[in-house]
Design a binder for this molecule. Structure first.
Ligand code: SAM
Length: 221
């Protein structure tokens, strides 16, 4: 077993629509392979399943009936995905209801990759799902809405579910405002470090990997 994505699944990850450069995807895959033997992983922000394929590949390699990646999304797109915004893709709008719907694309991508056993979609608002969530996470990957409120909500709703020694991975962290939006940096990454519960262990591109160094899953940060 090598450290990198299995070639058959890398092909599916590269082909899926989405926002994850290959080097960041490889990092996500590697961290997931280390963490998944300790418990389930959860991703906030599925979109069409690109990052879920990197995570699901790790789950397939780790093996076992209970090695699972949950991925949460209402599949209606973030603010920045809507018509008129930079990251809009008209091909993922349902013409009948006039709303974005990435669930079908996600289902197709995960089925084609053969990862339906490993990747479980949770379809709904991140805040609603988080309010009912009670399971410690070996890895939490936050890549949901990048506006201020969604970023604040994702940190408040999910970060404390990372188990001791577990990983909090955050996407689109831009310390330099010239490179990208502020909320993942200011409202997820900095508060995680300021809580004292997390320390940074790795960075590739805009991806940051933090480890929980104090407290237990479910305890307030
Ligand atoms: C940046 S995209 C995720 C990209 C994906 N991880 C990939 O690799 O391609 C963000 C996703 O978060 C979802 N999202 C935004 N706000 C949300 C919320 N409050 N609850 C659930 N999903 C949300 C959007 O629908 C969108 O699909």
């Amino acid at each position: 077993m090598t450290d990198t994505m299995p070639p058959d699944l890398l092909e599916h990850a590269l082909a899926a629509k989405g926002f994850m450069p290959p080097d960041e995807g490889e990092l996500l895959h590697r961290v997931a392979r280390e963490r998944l033997p300790h418990g389930p992983a959860l991703e906030v922000g599925t979109y069409c399943g690109k990052s879920a394929i990197y995570l699901g590949a790790a789950a397939r390699e780790v093996g076992g009936d209970h090695t699972v990646v949950f991925t949460v999304d209402h599949h209606r797109g973030s603010e920045e995905n809507q018509a008129g915004w930079e990251h809009h893709d008209a091909s993922v709008v349902d013409p009948e209801i006039g709303l974005m719907d990435t669930l079908g694309q996600f289902r197709k991508n995960i089925a084609r990759a053969g990862l339906e056993q490993q990747v479980v979609a949770v379809v709904g608002q991140s805040t609603t799902v988080a309010a009912h969530w009670r399971t410690p996470l070996s890895l939490l990957f936050i890549d949901g809405g990048h506006g201020e409120q969604p970023a604040r909500d994702d940190f408040a709703g999910w970060a404390h579910w990372v188990e001791a020694g577990g990983s909090l991975v955050i996407h689109d962290v831009f310390p330099d405002p010239a490179e990208g939006g502020r909320p993942p940096y200011e409202l997820i990454y900095l508060p995680a470090l300021a809580s004292g519960a997390f320390e940074e262990v790795e960075a590739v591109g805009s991806m940051r990997v933090l480890r929980r160094v104090s407290g237990l899953a479910g305890e307030a940060l």
